[in-house]
Each structure stands twice: as structure tokens, then as C-alpha cells.
Design a protein around this ligand. Structure first.
Ligand code: ADP
Ligand code: MG
Length: 250
């Protein structure tokens, strides 16, 4: 059983410190939710862990099975087991979902190794059945003209095929899209299991109507200020983020 360990992490964008000493350990099999108001650094955390070049780690460490991943390129991090679902996924006109996922799997293989096409489609279709995705879906171009829900469905399918050890899922902050929320939750609930660790990032307590995390963390001003189980999310729903802010001041 592997674990993703975030240790006293500090992240800056340019000269501006955004994440200010955040520690969190996610084991395979666990679902963690990070909740917090807008601008708190939730997306920054996910992108920096995945290796986005705009974010500078100024302190702390991120380890998988005790080994730091900070010197790794984004593709090496993916091979080490990290999957980042983007908050705003890009469109890739002309590239079908089926070919995109196939290329992603091929890229992870050793040089000279060839992905078996028949086996690939068999696995793709079985995952689509599992996730109740229509066969027609994978012949569409990646994210082109997709609704919020379709973008999320595309991500969940990528995740099912890549079988990461740790999935970082950044929920959309703008425009409450219940359809998208439900698709992500159903996908995560289906893929949930002892080989998958999930970090669910969300602004909305409502997510917890669809998915029951093992741990809930409240992030405020670049730090985790409170951790608990799912009851913490209900408390947040009832009292709002102001409650956390007031406790911090007191
Ligand atoms: P959250 O996901 O919790 O809403 P973000 O991680 O997106 O928060 O943003 C945290 C802070 O970093 C905000 O103050 C935001 O304005 C700033 N920020 C995010 N991305 C950038 C960027 N590319 N350049 C400059 N500032 C940014
Ligand atoms: Mg965000």
C-alpha cells in the first residue's frame, strides 16, 4: 500500500506565497476532501503536485512511498502514480477521446513496447460499461464543445484507464453544475477501492451529498486549519466558512 505524503509544503506564484505550510498524507484506498473558500490555494496545491511549471515550491516536500517527486517532470510524476483532473480541461480538436487515452497509455510504456490495439479497445469498452458511458462518446474530439458534465465524464474515463494510485480532482468553482458534480461523484464511487487514493478539491459542501469522503480538511489562506471526518463537512454546510475564520481569530 503506497502513500502520497505532503509535508509542510510551501508554494509561490511568482513572489507571492499561496500555500503556506500544508501537510497531508493520503493512502491508497482513502478519499480525502479539501474544502475551502475561493482563492485559498486549493487549485495551486493540486497543480503544483502534478508539476505545473507556473508554481514554485519554496519549502517542504511531496513524497510517494517515501521518495520525493519534486525533481520529477510532470510525465514522470504521472508514471509514479499521480493523476490530475483539471479544473478547466483543454480542448484538443481533431483528436478523439479513444486515441487520446491510447496515446497517454502508450507514452507510459517503455521504449519499443507497443500497446496492443485489440486489448486496448476491449479494456476501454469494459471501463465504459462500468462507468455507463455511451460507446459513441469516445469517437468525439477531446473536450470539443463538451458540456461541464461531458468534460468530467471524459476525465473519469481517463482516470479509469490510467489507473493512477493517486487522483487529484479539482472541482469547478464557477457556475454550480450539479450534472458535473454528480458525474464526478458517481465515477469516483465506482472507481473507489484499495488501489486508489483520492484528493477531492471542492468549494461546495454539496459534493458530500454524492460522495462520502473518509477525511475532510478545511483549507484557509494556504493552510489546512481543520481536519475531521464527513461530519465536518455537514458542520461547514450548516455554519459556513465564516465559522472557521472566526475560530482562527479567537
Ligand atoms: P482556489 O482554488 O482555492 O480558489 P487558487 O489556488 O486558484 O485558489 O488561487 C490562490 C491564489 O493564487 C489566489 O489569490 C489567486 O488569485 C492566485 N493565483 C492563482 N493562479 C495564479 C496565477 N497563474 N498567477 C497569479 N496568481 C494566481
Ligand atoms: Mg480552484
Amino acid at each position: 500500500m503506497s502513500q502520497l505524503e505532503i509535508k509542510d509544503l510551501h508554494i509561490s506564484i511568482g513572489d507571492k506565497p499561496i500555500v503556506k505550510g500544508l501537510s497531508l498524507t493520503i493512502r491508497q484506498g482513502e478519499v480525502h476532501a479539501i474544502m475551502g473558500p475561493n482563492g485559498t490555494g486549493k487549485s495551486t496545491l493540486a497543480k503544483a503536485i502534478a508539476g505545473h511549471p507556473d508554481y514554485t515550491i519554496t519549502g517542504g516536500d511531496v513524497l510517494i512511498e517515501g521518495k520525493s517527486i519534486l525533481e520529477m517532470e510532470p510525465d514522470e510524476r504521472a508514471r509514479a502514480g499521480i493523476f490530475l483532473a483539471f479544473q478547466y480541461p483543454s480542448e484538443i480538436p481533431g483528436v478523439t477521446i479513444a486515441n487520446f487515452i491510447r496515446a497517454a497509455l502508450q507514452a507510459r510504456m517503455a521504449e519499443g513496447e507497443e500497446l496492443d490495439a485489440t486489448g486496448y479497445y476491449k479494456r476501454l469498452y469494459s471501463k465504459m460499461d462500468l462507468l455507463k458511458i455511451d460507446r459513441k462518446f469516445t469517437s468525439r474530439a477531446v473536450n470539443e464543445g463538451f458540456s461541464g458534465g461531458e468534460k468530467k465524464r471524459c476525465e473519469i474515463l481517463q482516470m479509469a484507464m490510467l489507473e493512477p494510485a493517486f487522483a487529484l480532482m479539482d472541482e469547478t468553482d464557477s457556475g454550480l453544475d450539479i450534472d458535473a458534480l454528480r458525474i464526478v461523484a458517481e465515477g469516483v464511487n465506482t472507481l473507489r477501492g484499495e488501489k486508489l487514493g483520492v484528493l477531492m478539491i471542492t468549494h461546495y459542501q454539496r459534493l458530500l451529498n454524492y460522495i462520502v469522503p473518509d477525511f475532510v480538511h478545511v483549507m484557509y489562506d494556504g493552510r489546512i486549519v481543520k481536519s475531521g471526518d464527513k461530519s465536518l463537512a455537514l458542520e461547514l454546510e450548516a455554519k459556513g466558512y465564516d465559522w472557521v475564520k472566526k475560530e482562527l481569530v479567537a
